[in-house]
Design a protein around this ligand. Structure first.
Ligand code: ADP
Ligand code: MG
Length: 260
């Protein structure tokens, strides 16, 4: 049997508040296998980000078990958890969170700073993943020189630099116009075609339709879990091999305007 990348069993999460514990996740059970592309949907406040933070080992459940790549996260120490997270997961968020005074290459290489990898190798790996998302020629530019869509590509490159098995993305297209959001989804699809497992939170049906599987949260519970094909609107149906789409020149991208 294939080992799940993610397996959660009877997961509960309550936040401590002055008014007492506030339950947010209520008996969540889910397994995600290698190579899956899962869209997580659900109304605001339904617990999606809380769930994602637990999957990313950024937060711990109140009850239940979480196995990441077969390892029971509760049984790992802090350093072991950090090491497992760093080599297994790449994160992409709604905000691109690039450091403004650092070149794109240095931003992308940042997750390697705490590794034993030397400067030249870090630089080479940053260049390789920037090439992969179509931005290799801007490696020495500052983030302010490129558009919002391009900044999100850089954030994806940064997520890839540790060669993760899994990408967790929390509303990665939330700050982008729909055309640029589609371009970002093409990047995720190309990565998924290479075998990287992707779990992505979105509010938008058009974005979710790029995934292969839809998991819907409502009030802290999973209320729907099915292939996106059954939505009947899926660009993922009849998927063809994806290639990275061509890019507009720097500063002329659609989506967020360059600030320079
Ligand atoms: P979603 O991402 O689906 O919008 P969240 O997981 O962010 O939902 O939040 C779920 C619920 O938990 C919301 O009611 C939110 O206000 C609450 N919540 C989130 N984080 C905290 C926290 N650190 N402390 C207390 N309540 C929180
Ligand atoms: Mg959220």
């Amino acid at each position: 049997m294939t080992e799940a990348v993610i397996r959660v069993e009877a997961l509960f999460k309550a936040y401590d508040t002055p008014a007492g514990p506030f339950p947010v996740l209520k008996d969540v059970n889910l397994a995600i296998l290698p190579g899956e592309f899962v869209a997580i949907m659900g109304p605001s406040g339904s617990g999606k980000s809380t769930f994602m933070n637990i999957l990313g080992c950024l937060d711990r459940p109140s009850e239940g078990r979480y196995f990441l790549s077969g390892r029971n996260v509760a049984e790992l120490g802090k350093d072991e958890t950090a090491a497992l997270r760093n080599r297994t997961i790449g994160f992409v968020f709604q905000g691109f969170n690039l450091l403004p005074r650092m070149s794109l290459a240095d931003n992308v290489a940042l997750p390697l700073v705490y590794s034993a990898i030397g400067h030249a190798e870090r630089r080479a790996r940053a260049q390789a993943v920037l090439d992969k998302v179509g931005l290799g020629r801007y490696a020495d530019s500052l983030p302010s020189r490129i558009s919002g869509g391009q900044q999100q590509r850089v954030a994806i490159a940064r997520a890839l630099v540790n060669r993760p098995q899994l990408i967790l993305a929390d509303e990665p297209t939330g700050n982008l116009d729909s055309h640029t959001g589609e371009e970002i989804m093409q990047v995720f699809r190309a990565l998924n075609d290479e075998g990287i497992t992707i779990v992505l939170i979105t509010h938008e049906n058009d974005i979710a339709a790029h995934a292969k599987r839809l998991v819907r949260f409502l009030d802290g519970r999973i209320v729907e879990d099915r292939p996106t094909l059954s939505l009947g609107l899926s660009p993922a149906s009849g998927r063809e091999k994806q290639t990275f789409p061509p890019l507009p020149p720097a500063g002329e991208g659609t989506g967020e305007r360059a600030t320079s």
